[in-house]
Structures are given as structure tokens and as C-alpha cells.
Design a protein around this ligand. Structure first.
Ligand SMILES: *Cc1c(COP(=O)(O)O)cnc(C)c1O
Ligand code: SF4
Length: 342
């Protein structure tokens, strides 16, 4: 007798487990310095790991980012960006708690406007990775995020100001919100005629490339505005094949990909490292945008590079690379009408 049912071989009957969702990778991040250093075969004592610094701003680093660190190298440039160390607890004059004047530039809950035409939404306080040099280490996220009340205050403030033509999703990391939550915002913004561009500032395609999943790509695909997607990578070693694939998916949506980096002592403050970062970014479809002098907040002084050295490095990049591979060297200061070129 012939039946219509296909013969099931034992192999075909095995249902493969679904790939873990990005939230699972997020949850599996390393939060214990001892565990991080054990994975890298390093000694916590030797590195000056600080419990106090850890209490002030917890360690958080996704496992795939750890996998890009070199083993047994205490000066690995990726490790330096995430490890809480004693130097953070030094109180250094000139380094404050609100170095960039976010407090004064608040327009509504979670909406910051400093520059003409551009409103920045602090969409959330969460990040997949905690970068030790981050100025937001002292920011009141819990109170100041625009996603509260279904984005109501933020959307009302933007709707009321026709001079705003670009919305910047920032944070924290805006892609730490679910895609459904992001879609809730863009659906509300789509009703505001004066918005012309959407910009997304996110480190997630670099530190947790699994976040760029099919759902995110579909959301980006159907947005009614041109999109600028600004990633954040400080060193060529942060790129790998998974990051390349995530960036290729983003590019496939038509988004313009840009990179902002922070100039950091002991991480990327040499000409070879900066040139390699620009070249590696471009190979992944990303143009260099800004190279930031760090914001002078308490706890980050040991990362600071002098302006003299920063401008010399920048001149070196200009002498070495194609013009479009040279980022703008800038600093952010309260009261300025734009980032200030050095
Ligand atoms: C950096 C920043 C921007 C963006 O500035 P661009 O020069 O356009 O990249 C916008 N708003 C705020 C509050 C910022 O800090
Ligand atoms: S990802 Fe960005 S916002 Fe988050 S800790 Fe790092 S630098 Fe700060």
C-alpha cells in the first residue's frame, strides 16, 4: 500500500534545539571579576582589582566579548575596558559627576537636547557591557529613562517642538530594550511630521552581536525614515566574524553605519591601533565618525590621554590613512553648540 506520508528517518525526527535568543546571551554575561580573570588565566592581585570600584559600577561583560580577549595578557585592550581597578577610586581634581552637563540639558523625562535639531532619548539605563570609562557610570538612569509611561512624555516633548528633525536613541544602550518596546516608540514617532531622520547609538552589535536578530532587522526595514546607526568600537580586536555578520545584517536594512570610539590610555592610544581600528571598521562596512576625548568624570582619569598627544595621534592618522578613514577628534563640553574639535 502506498501512503502519502513521507518516510520518517530517525535523523529527520530529531528536532534541533533553537539557537539561544539574545536575552539568553545577555543573561550569561560575566559579572564576577574572579571568574573573568580565571577564564583568562590572570591573577586578580597583580591587576589591582577593586571591590570598591566594583560596588560603584558593577562588572558586566558578555562571554563572546571575553572570548575576543587574549589569554594571560594583563594589558589586553578589551580587558582594560571592563575590569574594575584601584585607579578608579582616586579622586582627581577636574573630574566631576556630571561632566557633560546632562542635568542642565534635560527637556523632558529622558529627553536631552544640547544641539540644534537633535533630541537624544535616554531610552534605558541598561547596557550589555559596563565600560569603565563611561560617563554614565554616575547617571540617574532609574529616574531618567524615556521609555517610562509608554514613552508618553518624550513623544509629547518632541511633538511640541517642530525644530527637532532627528531623534537619537541612546542610553544606556537602546537596543537593550526589546524590539517590541522600540517599535512602540517608533510607531508613536511616525505620527510626527517634522522628524526626518532616526539615529541609533548602540554598542550591542559589537559586544552582543546576537542582538541583531531577524526581528530587529524587520523593525529597521520598515521604519519610515533614513537611519544612521552609530556603533561603538575602540579597538580592531573587538571585531570578529559574528560582529561582521551582525553589521552586514544592519547594512542590509539600508542603514548608514558609523563608529564612535573613545581615545583611551592603555587601550587604543597609539597610531597603529587607531589606524587598524579605522581599517577594520571599514572592512565591516562602518565609517569612522568620532574619536572622543573622554568625558572627565570621577574614576576615569587613568584612561585620559593629553590633548597634545591626542592631536599628534590624529595628525598621524591623517598622514597615514585615506581621508574618509580619519575620525573627527572631539571633546564634549557643557554649553557648547556641538562637539568641539580639538
Ligand atoms: C553627542 C550628542 C549628540 C549628537 O551630536 P552629533 O555631533 O550630531 O553626533 C546629540 N545630542 C546630545 C545630547 C549629545 O550628547
Ligand atoms: S555601552 Fe556605552 S553607555 Fe554602556 S557602559 Fe559602555 S560606553 Fe557606557
Amino acid at each position: 500500500m502506498i501512503t502519502a506520508a513521507p518516510a520518517l528517518t530517525p535523523e529527520k525526527a530529531v528536532i534541533p534545539l533553537p539557537a539561544p535568543r539574545w536575552q539568553e546571551h545577555w543573561r550569561q554575561a560575566i559579572r564576577d571579576p574572579a571568574q573573568l580573570l580565571a577564564a583568562l588565566a590572570l591573577d586578580p592581585q597583580e591587576l589591582g582589582v577593586s571591590a570598591e570600584a566594583l560596588a560603584q559600577f558593577p562588572l558586566r561583560v558578555p562571554r563572546s566579548f571575553v572570548a575576543r580577549m587574549r589569554r594571560a595578557d594583563p594589558s589586553d585592550p578589551l580587558l582594560r575596558q571592563v575590569l574594575p581597578i584601584d585607579a578608579e577610586m582616586q579622586v582627581v581634581p577636574g573630574f566631576s559627576f556630571d561632566a557633560v552637563g546632562d542635568g542642565a540639558a534635560k527637556k523632558a523625562t529622558g529627553v536631552i537636547q544640547k544641539y540644534r535639531g537633535r533630541a537624544l532619548l535616554v531610552a534605558t539605563g541598561s547596557c550589555a557591557i559596563h565600560c569603565r570609562y563611561c560617563f554614565r557610570r554616575h547617571f540617574d538612569y532609574a529616574g531618567e529613562n524615556a521609555a517610562r509611561n509608554g514613552w508618553e512624555d518624550a513623544v509629547a516633548a518632541i511633538a511640541a517642538d517642530p525644530s527637532i528633525d532627528e531623534i537619537i536613541l541612546s542610553g544606556g544602550d537602546p537596543l537593550s530594550l526589546t524590539t517590541a518596546k522600540l517599535a512602540e516608540l517608533t510607531t508613536a514617532l511616525a505620527g510626527i511630521a517634522h522628524i526626518r531622520r532616526l539615529r541609533i547609538h548602540s554598542r550591542l552589535p559589537v559586544v552582543l552581536p546576537e542582538r541583531v536578530d531577524e526581528e530587529l532587522v524587520q523593525w529597521l526595514d520598515q521604519l519610515p525614515w533614513p537611519v544612521a546607526f552609530v556603533i561603538h568600537a575602540n579597538h580592531a580586536q573587538e571585531f570578529d566574524t559574528a560582529v561582521d555578520a551582525a553589521l552586514a545584517r544592519l547594512r542590509g536594512t539600508g542603514a548608514q553605519l558609523l563608529n564612535q570610539a573613545v581615545l583611551l590610555r592603555g587601550v587604543n592610544d597609539d597610531l597603529d591601533a587607531l589606524a587598524a581600528l579605522s581599517e577594520r571598521s571599514f572592512a565591516a562596512g562602518v565609517l569612522p565618525y568620532y574619536l572622543h576625548q573622554l568625558d572627565r568624570v570621577q574614576g576615569v582619569a587613568h584612561f585620559e590621554v593629553s590633548d597634545e598627544r591626542a592631536t599628534a595621534l590624529h595628525a598621524g592618522l591623517m598622514a597615514r590613512l585615506s581621508g574618509y578613514l580619519v575620525p573627527k577628534l572631539v571633546r564634549e563640553l557643557p554649553g557648547d553648540t556641538s562637539k568641539r574639535p580639538l
